[in-house]
Design a protein around this ligand. Structure first.
Ligand SMILES: O=C(O)CC1=CCC(=O)O1
Length: 258
């Protein structure tokens, strides 16, 4: 389990794939870890130097006192890239990870080759919902948000593939409560609706037809606002890289290889 110090934050990361291949960074969603990308691991690491990491407050990365901010999380990633000596990368983030990608693209476009914003939005509201969620975890620990997993997959997928869902329920359960709450605040405060049109990186937006957390309208908004962005919609709920793993992997590879 490689760890690296990024300005006092001990970041847990994994590198796979050929050392001389272009770097592809994968950034996780709220309540998951770098293991959320397991369905893509084999295909992506054949073609790319794959960098997966646990966002602050998640997995094995340090849990600093909150609240956190998405801009700060983009700074964590820039620090990680500097520490590993990666000047320019492709970036793919899902949900909270996609918010980090938006922030990164506005702050350091020179570090990005292509950008994939998956099941994410310029804003995920309402703010009170994030306050309620944070308060529930502060009072009752991660058990209080266990039903959130039902938002990540369709009812059909939950019923038919319990073995695929179980690791995600475990990731959520094992997320440090303070880290989860810190990230709830970060998501609550993220609103780039009036800024994403300044993103100049070549971008693909992926949405899930059945996603209730970041519905297709959110993805269409991003794709409409970011100049030249491509929009792809997959038959999935929120974790489209799991529920529609094959089409997701193919869409990403086609975009990055095109
Ligand atoms: O947990 C959810 O409700 C879905 C979600 C929103 C931001 C994120 O990363 O996941």
């Amino acid at each position: 389990m490689p760890m690296i110090d990024v300005a006092g934050l001990a970041v847990h990361y994994r590198l796979d794939g050929p050392e001389d291949a272009p770097v592809l960074v994968l950034s996780n969603s709220l309540g998951t870890t770098l293991d959320m990308w397991r369905p893509q691991l084999a295909a992506f690491s054949r073609r790319f130097r794959l960098l997966r990491y646990d966002s602050r407050g998640h997995g094995e990365t340090t849990v600093p006192p909150g609240p956190y901010a998405i801009g700060q999380m983009a700074g964590d990633l820039l620090g990680l890239l500097d520490a590993l000596g990666f000047d320019r990368v492709h970036f793919c983030g899902l949900s909270m990870g996609g918010m980090v990608g938006q922030s990164l693209a506005l702050r350091a476009p020179e570090r990005l080759d292509r950008l994939l914003l998956c099941n994410t939005a310029a804003v995920i509201g309402p703010p009170e919902a994030w306050d309620r969620r944070a308060a529930a975890v502060e009072a009752g620990g991660m058990a209080a948000v266990a039903p959130v997993v039902e938002r990540w997959f369709t009812a059909d997928f939950l019923r038919r593939f319990p073995d695929d869902v179980a690791p995600f329920a475990a990731m959520l359960r094992d997320t440090p409560p303070k880290g989860y709450v810190g990230c709830c605040h970060a998501i609550r405060e993220h609103d780039l609706r009036f800024l994403v049109s300044a993103i100049s990186t070549r971008t693909m937006v992926i949405a899930g037809t059945h996603d209730v957390a970041t519905p297709p309208g959110d993805g269409r908004f991003l794709a409409g606002a970011i100049p030249g962005a491509i929009y792809v919609e997959l038959p999935a709920a929120h974790l489209s890289n799991v529920e529609a793993a094959g089409p997701f992997t193919r869409a990403v590879l086609a975009f990055l290889n095109g």
